[in-house]
Design a protein around this ligand. Structure first.
Ligand SMILES: Nc1ncnc2c1ncn2[C@@H]1O[C@H](COP(=O)(O)OP(=O)(O)OP(=O)(O)O)[C@@H](O)[C@H]1O
Length: 271
């Protein structure tokens, strides 16, 4: 898998002196092409990172590369963003605005996006008239307008019902699979998209895990809890102990989501 986003030594502090907050502390990680996640609880530095990626703020130090190019040299029209709290005029007409942005970026794919994200019946409505779920669909569709190479989606499933969530998720997967658009989802919750190519987990402005490809699957665990030993992902050892007459008190299956929760819990205990 080729690298999509490389951050090295990124730091950003807000304020000075006693009130200074170090939002990103020497953050280095790599995400690959495909679908990736930047995960972290509230206050972990995700918004600061996405603002740096969008060129809204500058880091104090460090470097960002997209597909090997320094961020400033990557064509801006080839990067789409959907912010969690966008500043959009409430009178913008849904279909027209997607078409205008797509045309500006060089390829009018607005009709496809309207279908993919289930926006057909609201395409003549104004942004201010939409429910939260349709606002989110519209914002995600807008990020893909003009088929940019890479799209960053900040909390794309926030405040949406389960149907909208599934349709947005399907739309993201379809565009990645069929058009080759690389997608980075920035979120405080892990939504189990079946195919995830890489992820970084932030906590307190630091990277606590950067997992690529199969490493993500290694977060899944089968754990045998014996009275005096915990055996993780080692069936042979568990069988040995059982044959020696030891009985496990419990057997736990840990999914990717719980694996991430365990990483975060460990980091908060160490902090
Ligand atoms: N403009 C600012 N001035 C001062 N401190 C800030 C500013 N923006 C963010 N912070 C602080 O920097 C830290 C990281 O914030 P950031 O918003 O990047 O995290 P986040 O992971 O996006 O959180 P959330 O999920 O709550 O949006 C937090 O402690 C936050 O209070």
């Amino acid at each position: 898998m080729r690298s999509l986003l490389e951050c090295s030594g990124l730091s950003k502090t807000y304020g000075r002196g006693k009130s200074a907050v170090r939002a990103l502390d020497n953050v280095s990680f790599t995400l690959t092409e495909g679908i990736s996640y930047i995960l972290g609880p509230n206050g972990s530095g995700k918004s600061t990172l996405i603002k740096i990626l969008a060129g809204l703020i500058r880091p104090d130090s460090g470097e960002v590369r997209i597909k090997g190019l320094p961020l400033g040299e990557y064509p801006p029209k080839q990067i789409g963003f959907a912010f969690e709290k966008p500043v959009l005029h409430p009178r913008l007409v849904v279909g027209e605005h997607i078409r205008d942005v797509a045309t500006y970026r060089g390829e009018d794919n607005s009709e496809d996006l309207i279908q993919i994200f289930g926006l057909d019946w609201v395409k003549n409505k104004r942004f201010g008239e939409l429910s939260m779920g349709y606002k989110r669909r519209f914002l995600v569709a807008l990020a893909f307008a003009g088929l940019p190479d890479v799209v960053f989606l900040d909390e794309p499933f926030s405040n949406v019902d389960i149907v909208a969530k599934m349709e947005i998720m399907e739309g993201i997967k379809t565009l990645q699979r069929e058009k080759g658009t690389d997608v980075v989802i920035v979120s405080h919750v892990f939504d189990n998209i079946p195919k995830i190519d890489s992820m970084v987990v932030l906590y307190g402005g630091k990277v606590i895990a950067n997992l690529i490809g199969d490493e993500i699957r290694l977060l899944r665990k089968v754990r045998f809890i014996f009275p005096d030993e915990v055996v993780e992902n080692d069936l042979k050892r568990a069988v040995q102990l059982i044959q020696a007459g030891k009985e496990p008190k419990a057997v736990e299956c840990v999914g990717v989501e719980e694996g991430i929760m365990e990483l975060l819990k460990r980091s908060s205990e160490e902090a």
